[in-house]
Design a protein around this ligand. Sequence first.
Ligand code: AHR
Length: 636
Amino acid sequence: MKTRPLAAGLSIVLAFALHLHAQSPSLTPSLNIDVSHPTARVSPTLYGLMTEEINHSYDGGLYAELVIDRAIGHGFGALVHWPMVARGNAAVEVSEDDTTGPSAALPRSLKVSVTAATDAAPAGVENDGYWGIAVRPHTTYSGSFWAKSDSGDVPVTVSLENDSTGFVAAKTTVTGLSGEWHEFAYTLKTGDVAVSANNHLILTISRPATVWFDLVSLFPPAYRGRVHGNRVDIMELLAAMHPRFLRLPGGNYLEGDHIATRFDWKKTIGPWVDRPTHQSPWEYRSSDGMGLLEYLEWCEDLKIEPVLAVYAGYSLAGEHVDPGPALDPYVQDALDEIEYVAGSAETRWGAERAKDGHADPFPLHYVEIGNEDWFDRSGSYDGRFAQFYHAIKDRFPNLQLIATAPVNSVAPDVLDEHFYMPAEESFAQSGHYDNHPRTGPKIFVGEWATREGDPTPNLEAALADAAWMTGLERNSDLIVMSSYAPLFTNVNPGAMQWAPDLIGYDALSSYGSPSYWAQAMFASNLGTEIVPAKLAGTATRIYTSVTRDETQHKLYIKLVNATSDPQPLAIALEGAGKVAPQAELITLSGKTPNATNSIANPRSVIPVKHAIAVAGPRFTETFAPYSVNVLELSYQ
Ligand code: AHR
């Protein structure tokens, strides 16, 4: 292609101008860092996780159970996920039986009445799982169910079959049924099968009989080999975020729509057969497989601490419990819950935990009283908080207590503040805490997110999130903890109630959004002290925070370039002494702010590491358009 003379001339001028710009320190914005005068300590617990049952976070998500609606009955969508199976001339009726169940907590069951069946033409029920059941080769699946029959020992065949081909990936037979409810265990082992998600679980019998089932379950191998544990892929994503705590069990999920549907922790512990399940405020019923102990074991597996939120007498439909004697039972429940988590096995509730399989107490430093109690228009939170505060401090004086709204009658140790923002607001609010008074309670930013992207945040959200996080870090003398919300979504149609969510998955795989990666980058390079840094010159939409690790002599420069242009910066390290000639630059970037990750393209926007040369304490580095960066330097 021929270049027209005018255009060619123009491009020479432009190139010259760019060269001048790169050379001239006066035109290049600068970042001046006072390495030797840190202003405060970074909170080591700055980054953590917030969780609740929303978007099929546990059932159909982290909790590795493969069977949907394993507990039969009220609120579990009747028998939508339990259609009948009749091969050949077999005949069967499947119904919900409200007159018999395996326990007082689960008084209903699945009644399978087979009137014609043979070995060649069996009949029974099937379950389609959470948008499919993932099958992998050479894998042992552990299953169980409760059952009884009207005809003695009717053998039950259990198999994993492909939805479209009917291919049987694994099969076994369970015997020993009787007229009484009992639990039966089984295993399914796959051989050299292809990986697939479109499978279902089938339970059939080969002769006329009536069999009742409940709590039909199937688990793949879980993270760290835990029985009935968590999905390996999702736990690995969480571990790579380097979180320091898990705020549990919510969120709205703690409160419930009504007092009767709150997270009533005592109904979530012990054998499944004693867990009645409950309606969550997020449109579906929770199996409560992820009960209080499972949350704690999740923390243990990630080597992090729980931040335990206790129900404080307010539910989302506006129901509240007045402070005073009416609130006493709820306060007692919270004291019992704390004892279950952190009491020795000699205490009443510590002994209960030991009976449930965990003799050692869990570490616990923070307890949150309620959730978003600014929604309680009755004005009762002040009194409710004070009642919980005094009772908990009396019994557990070392616990730090978190209020969820400002209170006057007693001084909380920490105040939980929540921010859900469009991208422009996250950018604009990145200095929100810069001039915040240091005289009140510490701050826990217990829920925050830039709401751009669906189902998971896009690069624009990640840039805005990172800008916001620079503010959290600069102020981490005040902000003791922070956690993004919501953490998870199952990306299948109909699974999600709230977008965006940090991590997405389906039955087979999972991915981290660009915002996930930005958080992982920040949390893995936290530092121990806040270092003052000033941007000078004409740099717009550039956000930064600097920390150092005083024992490792490392400096971490976080820098967000939210513009479409490369951004050169003259970096000056005052008081750094000798700077290592090679540094590491981790960059998360993309071509447009809409760039994102998905199940189909899980790694479009991921951090990339480069080694860069550093000339000395003064050097210029150019940061890519639309980028989140962590520059790690060593100094003496
Ligand atoms: O994160 C989703 C919801 O947002 C939480 O359950 C609630 O605390 C907040 O309003």
